[in-house]
Design a protein around this ligand. Sequence first.
Ligand code: UDP
Ligand code: MG
Length: 166
Amino acid sequence: MKEQTLILIKPDGLKKSLTGNVLTRLSETKLDIVAAKIVKVSRKLAETHYRHMKKKPFYEELIRYIMGEYHKRKVMAMVYWGDGAISKVREICGSTDPEEADAVSIRGAYGRITTKGVYENVIHASTNREEAEREIKLWFEPDEIIVDAYPTKIAETARHKKRVWI
Ligand code: UDP
Ligand code: MG
């Protein structure tokens, strides 16, 4: 079954110039990349993304990490699409803990644990379909994805203020 998954190259990955390496590894999956952008992560976006981690002792450090306070203030967000996308990508990412991750996985090869105990593990990938749907809808607008990832509707947004080019 075709499915989609959210991938983030986290700020440590961008700081360490690992984008090319990560994309090369991900291309082994033969999945389709259907959305990509560079994002400056706000606190609100960081907290919404990691809302399930709120009770963890390292939560504040994790929020700062994904906002780029320790590296570069940017994240590369992507959606990959295809058969078994979620598990194929997680396999290449490796375990959450970079020390436990397979040495040839992205996290095993490039991740580290900080002195404050945060796993700087280079990449985020959705773990299941529910998480993928929540995360893709959080990070992307429907028109930023070149496939119909989820059902959409036309909403009246004219009254909202929006920044435009001069
Ligand atoms: N994390 C951490 N220490 C832990 C568990 C998680 O620093 O003991 C961080 C790590 O960056 C991880 C993120 O919190 O990627 C989200 O944790 P989750 O359990 O969802 O792992 P993931 O799905 O990213 O493998
Ligand atoms: Mg997770």
